[in-house]
Design a binder for this molecule. Sequence first.
Ligand SMILES: Nc1ncnc2c1ncn2[C@@H]1O[C@H](COP(=O)(O)OP(=O)(O)O)[C@@H](O)[C@H]1O
Ligand SMILES: [Mg+2]
Length: 654
Amino acid sequence: MNQIKLSKMELRNFKGVKGFTLNIGGQIASIFGENGKGKTTLYDAFLWVLFGKDSANRADFSVKPQDPSGKDIHYLETDITIEFLINGQSKTLRKMLKEKWTRKRGTSTDEFSGHETSYWVDTVPVKAKEYADVINSIINETAFKLLTNPFYFCTQLTWQDRRKTLMEICGDVSDEDVIASDQSFSELTNILNGKSINDQRKIITEKIKMLNSQIEEIPVKINELSRTVLGEEINYSVVEAGLLEHKASLRKIEQSMTDTSQLASEYRRKQQEAFKLGNAIEERKKELDAETGAGSRLLTDEKAKLENEKYRLETITLLTKSKIKDKESVLAENEAKLVTLRETWTTENAKQFVDPDPNVFVCPTCGQDLPTDRIEHRIKEMRESFEHSKAQAMDKARSEGKAIGAKQKTLADEIESLKTNLMNDELKMTEIDERLTELNKEIEAGQKHFGSANYEADEKYQLLKSQYQTILDELNKPVEDTTSDPLQQKAKITEQIETLNKLLNTKEVAMKTKARIEELKEEERTLANQLSDFEKQKYLIEQFIKAKVNLLEGNINSRFKIVKWKLFDVQINGGISECCEAMVDGVTYPNVNHAGKVNAGLDIINVLAGHYGCTAPIWIDFRESVSRIIDTQSQVINLIKSEPDKTLRVEVSN
Ligand SMILES: Nc1ncnc2c1ncn2[C@@H]1O[C@H](COP(=O)(O)OP(=O)(O)O)[C@@H](O)[C@H]1O
Ligand SMILES: [Mg+2]
């Protein structure tokens, strides 16, 4: 452990101190004096020599002495010399600040032109840079300040720097270390699944919140559903039985309605039978009539036959006549055509070629008369053409005449044959007419002779008639109207069945609802299980956090005698945030009294000194308010207010 101790400090013109020598030889010192006598000024001087700032962190030039009105007193040299004992070796540092005054040529007054600071190390003048390097080689500035000022760590560092320093000193504890520290945390590795404790805690908290709200909703849903089900508790077995009964009734009614319609068709059948019997009776009457007048029937039959034959012949005759007429007109037309053809032939035959006037032959292109040889040739052509067309016309007339002549022969034969047929048919018709006249006379005579038949004497007729009467009687029986009543009944029962069916439908709904309620209950159980899982996880994480806090804080706090460090802030929402706050007897540092703060500071300096491997003089201002300070290896310089001491008094002890 390196030891830096203050052996001696000489002040000249520093703040309110004109001159003072503190000679303590590296020992524990107590400096007494009433207020305003310059105790704090000594510490300021100490800091100023080392770091250029006083205990209030003010810069260089405020250290110059001022007059009572607060004005700088000029031409003074502010000069401090400090002698350290570093591991017993003397090291002297001197720093002097003085004003620079220059007189311009031709004037009699000096003018202030700035300050000048001079440095010495072990009485050797050095530059500012060298001077700083020497100090830094003894110990770095922050460490020096931390080790000399018991308040520095807790008031001048940010909490992050404090925490960092503590971690440097005591070592951090990783999440893995915490998990490994306790078997019950082994599950956490799975739960975290690579996420940080804080992130996973947030996720789980969110899930718990969600599950809780889901679970809360379920009883509401179940309540709503149960209301619809329980509101109308229905005995479905009664409904089902009723439905069966009504359906049976409906079947009966429908059966009876079918019966009724069968009655109607029976009635129609009887009507038809009556109609048939009526016809049969008439037939029978005719038969009886016919039996009675069988002779007259032969006559009438022959008459009918002859009338038919006559009708047939009349029709044929008409047809034959029309055919003859048609063919005769064709024959006449052809005859006329033959006359024309003959005339044509005669006319053509009489035609002679007449030589044309040779003068009329002109060239069709140039309009000049054609030469004679050409004319003769042309006339020859014309004659030939004439003869040719004449022969053609005559041939045409002849051949056409020949063809028509042939047709005329056939036609004449056909007409002849038709006429023969016509004559025969007309002869037949005359014969039929004669026979018909005879028959009519015979029939008329017969009718007068035969009387009408006696139907009532006929057995078959009697039977038919009695059957007919029976059916008529049945048909005439009054028919009771059985249809309207069952219709009404059917409608009524159908309606009842519908109502019951509707009720049964509600059974289905009710069953579904009950099933849904069960489902919801199941869901509730599942959610509750999930919730309990997450709550277990949350609990585990909380335990983990506590363990981590304990582990880390325990580790760190074990090194301190008075101070307990609060390194984690467990927030209201269960989160954990890092912090770094000193606590003394459960009181957070800012609220600790001066004595507590001093001892806490010493406690901290003791640990820090161990860490830096170095002690330095600790200045304890207002020491009079601290009755007892804790042990420290460092040299302590107590600044004690003491009314009786009108000038500074120094006591040293081992
Ligand atoms: N620059 C200065 N010039 C002159 N006097 C000063 C200057 N700064 C402080 N003082 C005075 O020096 C005196 C010493 O103060 P201080 O060291 O705080 O006394 P103590 O700590 O013993 O109570 C005070 O009365 C203060 O007014
Ligand atoms: Mg003071």
